[in-house]
Design a protein around this ligand. Structure first.
Ligand code: TXA
Ligand code: MG
Length: 315
């Protein structure tokens, strides 16, 4: 069985209503979606991704008003962040109502809620009378997909449909913010920068490496290519690839290199980083070197992904 790919939103609606899995485009990365209120459908997400059941899923909705169907309470910082950055690359973790099945939240009392801004997925969500649980549409631990062919390469034949919404505009996952005794805490750096969040709610704590993997994007090794991936610069080995920020390395052939943004634009770099990792992972090389980008704005989230990609490959 091959999985259909296309732009048929009514087909996606039908398949999701029947408990099927549909890959959806979002502005961050492609998601693997199912009816969040249907436990059996949600279970299939974990099976297809080979994802551990301790890893909770994000619940996607169309409108801010709908959030109150799924959460018990809304601290004022959370409402401000929703108003400022949704629809957009932001997830807020709040105390859940019973209607959200435990499998979605891995038994946690909280649920991550997000309103994505991709127009196709927003239209899809408007047509549904249930929210969508959706992790990134990649096998657990691998690089996240930022276009429909990335999804097809890995999930073809395993899901019902891929809704093709083109290349993701942001390219890295949503920023996750949770409540820590009344104060907002960033659990995952992502498409809304720390500076933007602080501009709205003041100083926030960052806890992206807590002792318990509340957020597997927090697992030290994640988002990783299969090839050996290290932070550093190549020497003149022909079996090496390089992921650069603005400039190519002079030591290896250009064909073995990807540049994130020749003008040094961090938004462009974010848009390119997962595709670049994937393309380099497909080359006939033994090792991929990558350099950090400036650690500011979206650069922090990009560096976070590079670090986690490298973490599985330390010798
Ligand atoms: O941009 C995104 O957020 C994408 C698109 C598809 O929306 N989704 C995504 O999902 O990145 P996923 O499953 O790959 O990562 C979701 C992260 C996980 O690390 C999960 O642990 C965390 O969100 N998360 C979900 N619910 C949580 C909760 N109740 N408490 C703490 N972390 C939570
Ligand atoms: Mg993921």
């Amino acid at each position: 069985m091959t999985t259909g790919t296309g732009t048929d939103i009514s087909l996606a609606v039908k398949l999701l209503r029947n408990g099927g899995l549909v890959s959806i485009p979002t502005e961050t990365v492609y998601g693997l979606a199912a009816n969040a209120l249907n436990e059996e459908a949600v279970t299939k997400i974990f099976e297809v991704k080979d994802r551990p059941f301790f890893d909770p899923l994000i619940v996607h909705i169309a409108l801010f008003e709908q959030v109150f169907k799924y959460v018990e309470s809304m601290p004022s910082w959370a409402e401000k962040l929703f108003q400022s950055f949704s629809p957009g690359p932001l997830t807020i973790v709040l105390k859940k109502k019973k209607i959200i099945p435990d499998i979605v939240t891995a038994g946690l009392e909280t649920v991550g809620i997000r309103i994505p801004s991709h127009p196709m997925t927003l239209e899809l969500l408007h047509e549904l009378d249930f929210p969508l649980a959706a992790p990134s549409a990649n096998p657990f631990g691998y690089v996240s997909p930022t276009n429909a062919s990335h999804v097809r390469e890995q999930l073809d034949g395993k899901i019902e449909y891929i809704l093709d919404g083109g290349d993701c505009a942001v390219g890295i996952e949503s920023t996750i913010v949770a409540d820590d005794r009344g104060a907002p805490t960033i659990l995952r750096l992502g498409g809304v920068s720390m500076e933007e969040i602080q501009h709205v709610v003041g100083k926030v704590n960052i806890n992206t490496s807590g002792p318990t993997p509340q957020s597997p994007g927090m697992l030290v090794s994640h988002y990783a290519p299969r090839k050996k991936f290290v932070i550093g610069f190549p020497d003149n080995s022909i079996r090496a690839a390089f992921l650069g920020f603005k400039n190519y390395s002079e030591f290896i052939p250009k064909n073995n290199q990807q540049i994130l943004s020749s003008t040094g634009d961090l938004r462009e770099a974010a848009r390119n980083v997962f595709r670049a990792m994937r393309d380099l992972d497909g080359l006939d090389v033994d090792i991929i070197f990558a350099e950090f980008v400036p650690d500011t704005g979206l650069g922090r989230a990009i560096n976070d992904r590079l670090k986690r990609a490298a973490a599985g490959h330390e010798s």
